[in-house]
Write a protein that binds this ligand. Structure first.
Ligand code: SF4
Length: 385
């Protein structure tokens, strides 16, 4: 592992320099630990000085985490890609009888889970389509079946959108549905389906999903019953700077109230094979800027993740100097972004993730889903609490 200087020393070594007067004023706020406002968020998105924006984000990142950079050994399970929603942003969902549509029988899902277990995974990340026929009981049995077979593995499952859809089909409230999942063994929720909260954008990219208010309300309920979650923002399609700033501020306000969000994950839109395939892919600069702005605006989120599957490992490495303190996990078998043309590998070995982090001059820390350090011996692990 490379030697790294203490963060205070490094901050002095690289003085803050910018011609952008707005950033000079913002540095004073960041130094004083003062909250940035909506105008600051817009200024960060619009500043031509991306290095100075990154410097500020890195200051906050190092204040919170020093060089520590988190990753986990996880496995994605997508039980079905059959979906009634047909979001324009999506290349994953299929109609029931469309080529490539699949739905795992429960035993198949358990086998899929077990095929990553030899890696001693600490987390199953489970999301899928909005299936027109699968009942709530299938998903409850999936969770309880995984919990009984793999009691040590954290189950992070179902976006707020899936929870609301399953609740409607079962004629239950979102709250009752969450409660039943918790009883079945659900440990936390991922952050997907948030996309961009603004109605104007949602109508274009994901018209049939719950609106932003219901997403936030469902997250609020989950947090209040002790289930933690992540939060995402999908950028690089038809949203503008105001939409992104509004999205971040709504998440920050909810986090002030519940404290239930763990990690914010800015997600780069991948247009291939979607109904928005005419849009260009995001650029490295846009990716880096979204990591940095979110680190600065979301002052109450403990973690910002550079999700290597979407950003590419190379951009994710750079993002570790622009505000990100987490690079996600081994994943093992990613489907959703690969259907949308992602050219990254579908999984990565633990050693390779550690190499990426070390070469960015950071210190790799394997974590479980709740950010407790994982100590490994051979292929077993224990969680230090
Ligand atoms: S984004 Fe999700 S809800 Fe929308 S079509 Fe794809 S799988 Fe279905």
């Amino acid at each position: 592992m490379p030697e790294t200087a203490p963060s205070a020393v490094r901050a002095r070594q690289h003085d803050f320099q910018t011609d952008d007067q707005r950033l000079l004023a913002m540095r004073e706020k960041v130094d004083a630990g003062e909250r940035l406002n909506a105008k600051d968020a817009l200024d960060l998105y619009r500043s031509p000085d991306i290095l100075a924006v990154g410097w500020l984000a890195n200051l906050v990142r190092e204040r919170l985490h020093g060089d520590r950079t988190y990753f986990n050994v996880n496995r994605h399970i997508n039980p079905t890609n059959v979906c009634v929603a047909a979001c324009r942003l999506c290349a994953f969902g299929r109609k029931k009888d469309a080529p490539g549509a699949y739905t795992m029988a429960l035993d198949e899902a358990f086998e899929t889970a077990a095929s990553g277990y030899s890696e001693a995974v600490t987390e199953f990340h489970i999301v899928g389509g909005l299936h027109p026929d699968l009942p709530l009981q299938y998903f409850l049995d999936l969770i309880s079946g995984l919990k009984s077979r793999f009691p040590q593995v954290h189950l992070k499952a179902f976006t707020m959108v899936e929870i609301a859809y399953l609740a409607r089909r079962a004629k239950l409230s979102n709250e009752e549905t969450l409660r039943r999942f918790k009883q079945a063994g659900l440990d936390s929720l991922p952050g997907g389906g948030a996309e961009i909260f603004a109605d104007r954008v949602r109508h274009i990219i994901c018209d049939h999903k719950i609106d932003g208010d219901e997403w936030l309300e469902t997250a609020r309920m989950a947090h209040k019953m002790g289930l933690r979650s992540n939060a995402t923002m999908l950028y690089g399609h038809v949203e503008n700077d105001e939409d992104r700033a509004d999205h971040l501020l709504k998440l920050r306000a909810l986090q002030d109230e519940t404290g239930g969000f763990q990690t914010f994950i800015p997600l780069a839109f991948h247009p291939d094979n979607t109904a928005l395939r005419h849009l260009p892919r995001t650029t490295g600069m846009l990716d880096i800027r979204n990591v940095a702005v979110s680190r600065l605006v979301l002052d109450n989120f403990p973690h910002v993740k550079a999700y290597w599957q979407m950003l590419t490992p190379k951009i994710a490495q750079i993002a570790l100097r622009f505000g990100a303190d987490d690079i996600d996990g081994t994943v093992i078998e990613e489907k959703i972004y690969h259907d949308a043309g992602a050219t990254t590998p579908q999984g990565m070995r633990r050693q390779e993730l550690m190499r990426l982090i070390c070469e960015a001059g950071r210190e790799p820390v394997e974590r479980d889903t709740l950010y407790r350090p994982v100590l490994r011996e051979e292929a077993t692990f224990s969680v230090s609490v």
